[in-house]
Write a protein that binds this ligand. Structure first.
Ligand code: DC
Length: 218
């Protein structure tokens, strides 16, 4: 007989702007709670990359939508999705409503697996999983995010300029929040965590206490 888990599934939505630390939090939270994790940015990143490789115009909504409809989980395994270039491409294809619509079912299926899940992105708590048990909105000032990103790149030996990165962060925020269909904004019932003056361990502890409080009440 197969083992039946008595634990109810737990669905956690984490949203927030680029480089605020939501990926780091989502990953460690999923590890701590033993839940499957989906970084939804990878979906948009792989569409952006596939468009670029095929020589397609990123503003071509129809082509982007076709690529989104054909996306497979294998596409998320590409090794060239994490960098800044893929992030910029992602942000450009993410503005097309057809692309967003094509990705909804995959994200919801993942979210509603038997154990629950942790998903991070921009619109998880508002559009993809408005039914999430716990919603977190992880943010930090643009200056702090640009400083962190600059330090990360400098540590990798790359020559980067803080002012240029700050301009990039602000431009990405504007693009990610300037659309009616997927506004970058906290859900009304999200708990906001500002990571400007917090380290990853403190952010995880804060998120864990939100989850534990929720579990005590359910
Ligand atoms: O989280 P990230 O940096 O990997 O996201 C890259 C881009 O993808 C981001 O600038 C906007 C887009 N995105 C989105 O529109 N909705 C999501 N749920 C996740 C990412």
């Amino acid at each position: 007989m197969s083992e039946v888990s008595l634990k109810r599934p737990l669905l956690i939505a984490i949203d927030g702007p680029a480089a605020a630390g939501k990926g780091t939090l989502a990953q460690s939270l999923a590890g701590r709670l033993d839940l499957p994790y989906l970084d939804t940015g990878l979906l948009y990143r792989s569409i952006g990359k596939l468009m670029r490789i095929a020589g397609l115009d990123l503003d071509d909504a129809q082509a982007a939508t076709i690529i989104a409809e054909k996306l497979t989980p294998d596409d998320l395994q590409r090794t060239d999705l994490r960098g800044r270039e893929a992030g910029e491409l992602a942000s450009r294809v993410a503005v097309h409503p057809g692309v967003r619509a094509a990705l909804i079912a995959f994200q919801r299926d993942f979210a509603h697996g038997p154990r629950g899940a942790v998903l991070d992105g921009r619109d998880i708590g508002t559009v993809i999983c408005p039914d999430a048990d716990v919603k977190l909105y992880v943010t930090a000032s643009a200056e702090v995010r640009a400083r962190r990103r600059t330090d990360e790149l400098l540590a990798k030996g790359r020559l980067v300029d803080y002012e240029a990165i700050l301009a990039e962060v602000k431009a990405r925020d504007a693009r990610d929040s300037g659309r009616a269909e997927a506004p970058l904004r906290p859900a009304a019932d999200a708990i906001v965590i500002d990571t400007s003056v917090l380290g990853p361990a403190e952010v995880l502890a804060m998120a864990m206490s939100v989850v534990e409080n929720w579990q005590k009440m359910h």
